[in-house]
Design a protein around this ligand. Sequence first.
Ligand code: ATP
Ligand code: MG
Length: 132
Amino acid sequence: MNEKKEPILRAENISISFGGLKALDNVSLEIYPGEIFAIIGPNGAGKTTMLNVINGFYKHDEGRVIFEGKKRPRSMKPNEIAAQGIARTFQNLALFTGMSTLGNIMVGRTMMMHCRRAQAPSLRRTHGRDEP
Ligand SMILES: Nc1ncnc2c1ncn2[C@@H]1O[C@H](COP(=O)(O)OP(=O)(O)OP(=O)(O)O)[C@@H](O)[C@H]1O
Ligand SMILES: [Mg+2]
């Protein structure tokens, strides 16, 4: 890792409470381009909560998230954050019921494919069937 590079993602002094429980208390991290970064800790330490703050599922009470050098507005929605390139997988399976295995997998690729209805015929050609 080149220490002179700017972090691609910086979370500064993040705090969030659920009722009386302070799940994150002044947590900071920096992730550099190309770095594989892990958050470790015991059950209930706040790992998933931190990821949910980074991807916008949770709104932090204090602190700030800076992505590619720009402070992210707290109002930014998870889908807008995903469009910037911050995506998540789920700790527990979060499948769409009633959708095929292939359909579930393809949902995770829609951001990359910029798939629109107009492109559906090419998907049918690729996969040999109409996917939801
Ligand atoms: N939506 C929520 N509402 C209330 N409390 C929550 C919520 N999300 C997380 N918490 C609480 O915040 C604390 C941190 O939970 P979190 O799931 O982030 O821990 P974790 O480090 O991911 O744990 P694990 O290793 O079990 O996955 C826990 O006490 C949890 O009960
Ligand atoms: Mg977790």
